[in-house]
Each structure stands twice: as structure tokens, then as C-alpha cells.
Design a protein around this ligand. Structure first.
Ligand code: M6R
Length: 410
């Protein structure tokens, strides 16, 4: 049921604080001393700060009923993988396979998986893997991502990898789906039923689950303990941060009014947020039927810069939590030098960019998380943008033309 919402998609976007929590429930054990940064002070419901009290985020300590405490160090418990983590850690390659939004979730998580697992990570579009008959070996672990668990291209790739002896892991939302049944093991994302054809809450939950898989693989590595603790604490804070990002809805609706008659929209991102640019552009094209391209900003000078003029709207994802932030600032400068119509997405602690507000066509200011989880926060206003563009262009939000929720043919 849509309840108070006009469309399932909007409901599913707004459900994300809960769906993210459900993806983590029962899978995180906190240390007795876990301290949470990245928590918006006014939104802490169960903390020492208390609702409405001013506390310093860096010192906030609060109880999260969903997550038990008590160990020396926090840890991730993924029951479905526990017997397979050793095999995964001994693999010669981790190959992530999916289509559309599911593939973008793997793009988002790749850097963190490489960092934690220290194993080469390969990303494959399922259809392309099959077109190429990509070599796969017994020493590989192949991870199949699919919200529905029924996507024909992904299922075909799974059968292909299984026949070659690889360990096959499923990351799906649908209990008992074909991919869940045919993989050797797996993790459900548990984001709840997703009805809108455009995938929203499944995307953010997929990133969270992939992050947890990377953490589980690094559980016995002492040199990763501090980083793991930082990310686990950020996971716990994430639902509240996403709740705060959702408050941008009115601002995004106004932005959509400025953009809905445009023919094209570019989205530049880099590092962890290359995925954000791909995913935002996919949402805009599939729902609003507006040409949109997600571009890796590192490639800007190798072609896309020729498109830039003062009319074409360009969203630049430039969040400070990412190691490529200085490079993205430089991208903004280069685009500005060409009079680009810039919509900049930055974090709320970015005084430098916020002080230049008047120089941009628009500024989207989001709360901060940790680098690997920042794409989860950043996509929220861009999901909302695609939603409002679609409503203003009077297209069907939940059933875009020519598309199906489960693509069961290749
Ligand atoms: O069910 P799956 O995750 O396997 O679906 C894959 C794609 O068909 C899907 O993500 C598609 O790209 C969405 N409609 C995007 O919003």
C-alpha cells in the first residue's frame, strides 16, 4: 500500500531509514565502548544527548536497541556466509555480477572491498559477461547482485560461473528467488518489498550489505581493525543520516521545477561517487525520459568537456568525505571556467563550497557519513530529483514505459 504517498517510489525513497536498519538488524555487534560520530544531534532518539539537546557529534554515545553490545571490538555477523568466508578470503578474484542498479551498487562498494579483502575485484555486467564468455575459474568467488533474484541475464551468468566451479554467492532481496536458490550461499538485503520499477531502497541496502561483506572478510586482520570500527559505527548512524537527507525534499522539488523542461542532464562523480553519477543518471532516464549521463569526472577532459556550455545542467557530486574531493573541486573550477550551469552536491561541513553558493545554479547540501557510505546519502536527493522531474513531466512514476520490475528474458 502507498499509504500517504502518491507513488510507491516516493514511499520507498522515504522508507530508507527503516530499510537500511533492517538490512543491518542482527548482523552488527557493537563493542562496549563504541562511540558514534556522524550522528545528527537533533535526531538522536535514544542517546545521552536526548532529543533536541545540543551535543557534540564527535562525543555522542547512544544505545541502539537493534544492535547488541559487549565485545572488545565491533563485528559483523553474516550467518549465510560464515562457513564460506575462508574460501572467499582465499579466492584469486572476487567477481561482482549484476545489471542496472544492482551493478551500480557493486561500483559503489568496489573500492572498500578491495581495501578490506586485498583481493582483485572485478565488476561484470551480466549480459556482457555472457557475451564475452568471460573466463571464470574454480579459484574465483562470484557474487551475484539482484533485487528480484530473477533477472535472466544474472541468472544465466550464475549458471555459467557455477559450471566452472567458482564459489557463487547471492545478494538478493527476494527470499526463495531463483538466484537465492541456485547460489552456494548468500546474504539477503532485507529491504522489504520494492514495488516501483525504479530501484531505490534496494540500491542503498545493497551498498550496505556489500560493505558488511567486506567487513566480515577483514574480521581477522588486525591492521584493518581501526578502519572496520570506523565503518561499523558509521553504519549504525546511517539510518538517521539518511533521514536527515530526506529533509531536502522541498529544496529538490524546487530544483526539479527549474530543470524539468531540459532535454539533457549530466552527472559527474568520481571515486566512491562514480556510482552516484551512474545511478542518478539511470533514474532520470528511466523515469523522466530525459537524456542523462553519469560520467566519471576523471574522464572529463577525454571527451565530455566538449558538451559543456552555459545551458546544459551539470550535477557535480563533490562530497568532502571522499579522498578524491580536491580533484572534484578542481573539476568544479574547470567547469566554471567554461560557464557551466552547475548544480553542486556537497556536505554540510564544506564551508568553502557553501560560501561560493552564489556562483552555482544550485547547491544541494547533504549530511556527512564515512567515505564508503557517503554514496548512500548522496543518492537520496538525486532519487528525489528523478521522482519530481517525472511528476512534473507527467510520466508514470511507478511503471515507466517499456520496463518491467523483473527482467526475466535476456
Ligand atoms: O532485480 P535486479 O536487481 O536484478 O534488476 C536489475 C535491473 O533490471 C534493475 O536494477 C533496473 O536497472 C532498475 N529498473 C533500475 O531502477
Amino acid at each position: 500500500m502507498k499509504g500517504e504517498y502518491d507513488h510507491f517510489m516516493l514511499k520507498e525513497i522515504f522508507e530508507q531509514p527503516d530499510s537500511l536498519l533492517n538490512s543491518m538488524r542482527g548482523r552488527i555487534e557493537l563493542s562496549a565502548s563504541s562511540v558514534f560520530s556522524h550522528v545528527p544531534t537533533e535526531e538522536i532518539a535514544d542517546g545521552t544527548g536526548g532529543p533536541g539537546k545540543k551535543t557534540t557529534p564527535k562525543q555522542v554515545r547512544f544505545n541502539v536497541p537493534s544492535f547488541p553490545r559487549g565485545l572488545d571490538k565491533p563485528r559483523i555477523v553474516l550467518g549465510g556466509l560464515s562457513e564460506h568466508l575462508n574460501t572467499m578470503n582465499r579466492s584469486r578474484r572476487l567477481m561482482f555480477v549484476g545489471c542496472g542498479t544492482s551493478f551500480h551498487a557493486a561500483v559503489a562498494a568496489r573500492g572498500f572491498i578491495e581495501e578490506m579483502a586485498e583481493i582483485p575485484v572485478d565488476l561484470q555486467l551480466a549480459s556482457d559477461l555472457m557475451d564475452r564468455q568471460c573466463p571464470i575459474f574454480r579459484e574465483d568467488t562470484c557474487i551475484f547482485l539482484s533485487q528480484s533474484g530473477e533477472t535472466a541475464d544474472t541468472l544465466q551468468a550464475l549458471r555459467y560461473a557455477k559450471a566452472r566451479g567458482a564459489l557463487c554467492v547471492g545478494v538478493t532481496n527476494t527470499v526463495g528467488s531463483a538466484i537465492a536458490r541456485e547460489t552456494d550461499c548468500g546474504v539477503y538485503i532485507h529491504c522489504g518489498a520494492e514495488i516501483g520499477v525504479a530501484s531505490t531502497k534496494a540500491y542503498t541496502s545493497q551498498i550496505v550489505v556489500l560493505t558488511m561483506i567486506a567487513l566480515a572478510m577483514a574480521a581477522n586482520k588486525n591492521d584493518k581493525a581501526a578502519r572496520s570500527e570506523e565503518v561499523i559505527n558509521a553504519l549504525v548512524s546511517l539510518p538517521e543520516i539518511v533521514r536527515k537527507a530526506l529533509q531536502l525534499d522541498k529544496h529538490i522539488q524546487s530544483l526539479a521545477k527549474e530543470l524539468y523542461e531540459e532535454q539533457s542532464l549530466l552527472v559527474f562523480g568520481r571515486g566512491y561517487n562514480y556510482s552516484t553519477s551512474l545511478e542518478a543518471a539511470l533514474k532520470v532516464k528511466e523515469l523522466a525520459y530525459m537524456h542523462s549521463e553519469g560520467i566519471n569526472a576523471g574522464e572529463m577532459k577525454h571527451g565530455p568537456l566538449a558538451l559543456i556550455d552555459s545551458n546544459l545542467p551539470v550535477i557535480v557530486v563533490c562530497t568532502k568525505t571522499d579522498a578524491v574531493y580536491p580533484k572534484m573541486v578542481s573539476v568544479i573550477e574547470q567547469l566554471r571556467a567554461r560557464q557551466a550551469r552547475l548544480i553542486v552536491l556537497c556536505t554540510e561541513d564544506d564551508e568553502e563550497l557553501i560560501s561560493q553558493k552564489d556562483k552555482f545554479a544550485s547547491l544541494i547540501i547533504v549530511p556527512s557519513s564515512v567515505d564508503i557510505l557517503q554514496p548512500v546519502v548522496n543518492i537520496v536527493p538525486l532519487q528525489l530529483l528523478s521522482y519530481h522531474l517525472t511528476v512534473l513531466r507527467e510520466f508514470d512514476v511507478d511503471q515507466p514505459r517499456n520496463l518491467a520490475k523483473s527482467v526475466t528474458v535476456t
